[in-house]
Design a protein around this ligand. Structure first.
Ligand code: BDR
Ligand code: CA
Length: 314
């Protein structure tokens, strides 16, 4: 399966990339970066580091450093650390892995060269995808599937993680996210409704370090910082593997319960970044929803199977 991984590394982004690196069925075509867990220089440097560390050959392509809403948000250093990867030591990176050009152009060129074949896994702000769509709206017809980590729809009592209404990747660029949901490509949203079932606790991380070797130990070290945030601020005993679950969906959609319907994003005001889905059965009589395509959101997951599969694969 051909994949573009759009990312803001990020500790859970690193978990997802390690997963992708271990899956023979995945043909990773490119790693596109976006501002989010750190600024664009840092997320791009981190992507180059992880590419090298995980033995990947796919190029890194630098993406957007500014979002479409024009609002600069503080870097979430309490969550991902000053360097975006939990303040681990990062050696000098091999810049030869960086492809010239922009992420949005790479997305356009790759979809045009592989019509109907490419799955985009987007686990950061949706800015690169929205820029690509603005530049070439026809690409919506060319993607096989767009699987995003983002949003919170209130299932399982899950609310946002930036505000009670909004999740980080959507809050980071609500304008871009709303444009992604309006386009006629098949979107699947893996949001907090399901990612908060993927808790990597101390024992799980210790097992990764013991069984996976150097890269397992690296994930464990990164997670020390991440765990402080989850323990102290969210009251969770472990870290949440948000982004790796978007990869799980691509591999094992049968482990997820989903709902269909158009999705909109609140783009200003107190609830900015809130994601709302109108169930497909209720769209009739609502022209402002009916004009949008039905997309899928995940509302339940077999978390035991997902956590076991991750550990066995990496
Ligand atoms: C999302 O926000 C980022 O901090 C994580 O990497 C993940 O993609 C979770 O809300
Ligand atoms: Ca991310």
């Amino acid at each position: 399966m051909k994949v573009i991984f759009d990312t803001d590394p990020g500790i859970d982004d690193a978990m997802a990339l390690l997963y992708l690196s271990k899956l023979p069925e995945i043909d990773l075509l490119g790693i596109t970066t976006v501002v989010g867990n750190a600024n664009i220089e840092t997320t791009t440097r981190n992507a180059l580091f992880l590419r090298q560390q995980f033995g990947l050959t796919a190029p890194v392509i630098r993406g957007a450093g500014e979002t479409l809403d024009g609002v600069v948000k503080p870097e979430p250093v309490a969550v991902h650390g000053d360097n975006g990867l939990g303040n681990i030591d990062i050696p000098a990176v091999d810049e030869s892995g960086l492809l010239a050009g922009t992420a949005s152009q790479f997305i356009i060129d790759t979809l045009r060269a592989n019509p109907g074949e490419v799955t985009i896994i987007a686990v950061g702000r949706m800015t690169n995808l929205a820029l690509a769509l603005r530049q070439d709206p026809e690409i919506a017809k060319l993607a096989r599937q767009v699987v995003i980590m983002g949003g919170a729809f209130g299932y399982q009592g899950r609310s946002g993680n930036i505000t009670p209404a909004s999740e980080a990747n959507i809050h980071g660029d609500p304008v871009a996210a709303d444009e992604i949901f309006a386009a006629a490509w098949p979107v699947v949203v893996v949001g907090l409704d399901v990612t908060h079932d993927i808790i990597l606790d101390t024992d799980y991380l210790a097992a990764l370090a013991a069984e996976v070797g150097e890269n397992g130990e690296l994930l464990r070290q990164m997670s020390d910082h991440y765990a402080e945030f989850y323990n102290n601020v969210m009251g969770i005993a472990g870290v949440v593997g948000h982004d790796l679950l978007a990869v799980t969906y691509v591999l094992k959609p049968e482990w997820f319960e989903t709902r269909d319907g158009p999705i909109r994003v609140v783009c200003d005001g107190i609830a900015v970044g809130q994601t709302i889905q109108m169930p497909a059965s209720r769209v009739g009589g609502h022209p402002d929803w009916a004009e949008r395509p039905a997309q899928k959101i995940c509302i339940g997951v077999n978390s035991t199977a997902a956590l076991d599969h991750y550990r066995q694969t990496v």
